[in-house]
Design a protein around this ligand. Sequence first.
Ligand code: HEM
Length: 244
Amino acid sequence: MPEWEPYEADLDRTLVTRFSVAERVQHIVLMASFTILIVTGIPLLFWDTPAIRIFGGIFSVRTSLHRVAGSVLGLLAAYHVLYALFTRQGRRDFARIVPRAQDLRDLVHHVRYQLGMADEPPPFAKFDPFEKFEYFAVVWGSAVMVATGLMMWFFEATLQVFPKWVYDLVLMIHGYEALLAFLAIILWHLYNVHLKPGVFPMSRVWLDGKLTLRELKRHHPKEYGRWLRQQRIQRVSEVPDNEA
Ligand code: HEM
């Protein structure tokens, strides 16, 4: 139990920063490139249906857009690795998002809570197990899409090195992973971040990076506890020397 709690009204008035400007810009670039990749890529999966005539667009425009957006996604992934390695905030957040044994315990606790077998929800930290899973799914998915996309882009070089069946497999992986990513974003990610009870109609974290204290307390109780402790340390250190 924390030693002090803010006043009830302050829970809605006080904003805490969840994502830095650099993180929000990365997320927006990811959103834009991913959307263009889906719109220009998915119609190809349905080349023998009327959908391709409606959504396929002009071949040269569609395929150029797809490659430009693919290159943006590749550059973004490279920047993100540097961000996670060489900036303080990037290193700190990466350390927090790495899965731990506690996530498994929190997951079991969460299922028990959802089934009415536990009174309190699990005390999630800054990133809950679902957010961690989504993050690493994007990391893994982007690596696969960039690698297979480049192999398709430079297919002559690929076919000089690999047999034809490897190329066919690459095409299949690129197509099915695209479909999986599309469905995961539409059905899972958008529901989890914007539509679930307590957040609907839209979370603004992706725009201004802020959560209210009430949201922090509700969705990330452990992070809320850390915030309270930090405030306390600051308050003590703010007391002038002659009053201490
Ligand atoms: C999440 C990201 C991506 C999605 C959702 C996506 C989606 C797709 C889909 C559905 C296809 C059709 C596959 C088929 O015909 O079976 C395709 C083709 C292709 N993709 Fe991607 N893709 C992504 C990333 C990339 C990247 C990063 C690159 C390159 C660096 C790339 C380059 C290509 C190329 C060269 C083709 C062949 C057809 C064309 O030129 O339009 N893709 N993509």
